[in-house]
Design a protein around this ligand. Structure first.
Ligand code: NAD
Length: 324
């Protein structure tokens, strides 16, 4: 298989590269503009003849059309990494989510590449409180530009599939955690506590409650579902089935760092930022019925990822800069 992975230098994308490259029959091209991707996440593959890096932006359609040529399967992970930034740059998600996805599909169409897997998210459901939405839940009313761009991208993918005989697998993930995270609540807490171990500022009131899935479970879910399903459009929720609050995550991080008497400061309000969905739930019947279940629950995923991040020498808090 010749895989083309957008956002392949990012957190989930680079982990997928690590997984797919272990199979000697696979060739992998990654396409990334490095707005949040890291060279250090992929450099171990540079000498592998089955690995190719193309530096490029999905918004550059002519370049993308050339790069996509000759591939069999697309994993599309590239997206805007900074959800809150839409407050000041309102077209950011439209460009990096919807237009970028359209360009990718168009590049696939002209090159006769037929299959795509897409990392969508719970943002498509909007703020529906304690409701556990199934994949066919509606109406879909996103409450952030990021969520809207995920929904827009799903729509464009679906339309290309039906109009041009393509096939897609779309995954609405919970919050993904793991060794190479480039953002996220536990990442943010570690970063802040490494700078000031005496106090921790928590966005919102700390009661935000969501599912946290380990990246290894995300890869397992994607590869499992892709193998087991064959509709034109295959769409699945992928989460852990349990939930953690931001306060519980703060406690885990503080314990893992062996800190005592950290003063918790809250910015207040139910949500961390405008567009944040404070309670995120998933109905997982569809993916359970297919035979997939996460290995880690949310608490285990957070604990494991905090340990991994603390040990990861590429994390900002582990990078030692020396001045001469
Ligand atoms: N991390 C999560 O909790 C989570 C949850 C649900 C869905 N997702 C989705 O999964 C995907 C991957 O997330 P991640 O956490 O690995 O993010 P990430 O920021 O680590 O990776 C995204 C990658 O895409 C690249 N990129 C962004 N815009 C680009 C463009 N226009 N052209 C080329 N490259 C571009 C970035 O440089 C980066 O390498 C995203 O689509 C994200 O929305 C993530």
């Amino acid at each position: 298989m010749r895989y083309f992975i957008t956002g392949g230098a990012g957190f989930i994308g680079s982990t997928m590269v690590d997984r797919l490259i272990t199979d000697k029959n696979n060739e992998i091209t990654i396409y990334d503009n490095f707005i949040s991707g890291q060279m250090s996440y992929i450099e171990e593959h540079f000498k592998n003849p089955r690995f190719k890096l193309v530096k490029g932006d999905l918004l550059d359609l002519p370049h993308l059309k050339e790069a996509v040529k000759g591939h069999d399967f697309i994993f599309h992970f590239a997206a805007n990494p900074d959800i809150a930034k839409a407050m000041i740059e309102t077209d950011l998600d439209l460009r990096l989510g919807v237009i970028a996805t359209y360009n990718l599909l168009e590049a696939m169409r002209v090159n006769n590449v037929k299959k795509i897997a897409y990392s969508s998210g719970s943002g498509v459901y909007g703020d529906v409180g304690l409701t556990e939405p199934k994949e066919d839940f509606g109406p879909l009313l996103p409450s952030s530009m990021y969520g809207a761009s995920k929904l827009g991208a799903e729509g464009i993918i679906s339309a290309f599939c039906f109009m041009f005989d393509m096939q897609s697998w779309m995954f609405r993930f919970a919050n993904v955690v793991g060794k190479s995270q480039t953002h996220g609540v536990a990442y943010d807490f570690i970063k802040k506590l490494k700078q000031n171990p005496k106090e921790l500022t928590i966005l919102g009131d700390g009661s935000q409650s969501k599912s946290y899935i380990h990246v290894s479970d995300v890869l397992n879910a994607m590869l499992f579902v892709i193998e087991k399903t064959n509709e034109t459009v295959n769409i699945f929720n992928a989460a852990t089935g349990d939930y953690l609050t931001v306060n519980e995550i703060a406690e885990i991080v503080i314990n893992k760092l062996n800190l005592k008497s950290v003063e918790l400061k809250y910015t207040g309000g139910k949500r961390g930022w405008k567009g944040d969905v404070p309670i995120v739930r998933f109905n997982l019947e569809k993916i359970y019925k297919l035979g997939w279940k996460s290995k880690y629950n949310s608490k285990e995923a957070i604990k494991h990822s905090v340990e991994e991040m603390l040990e990861n020498r590429n994390m900002p808090w582990n990078i030692v800069t020396t001045t001469i």
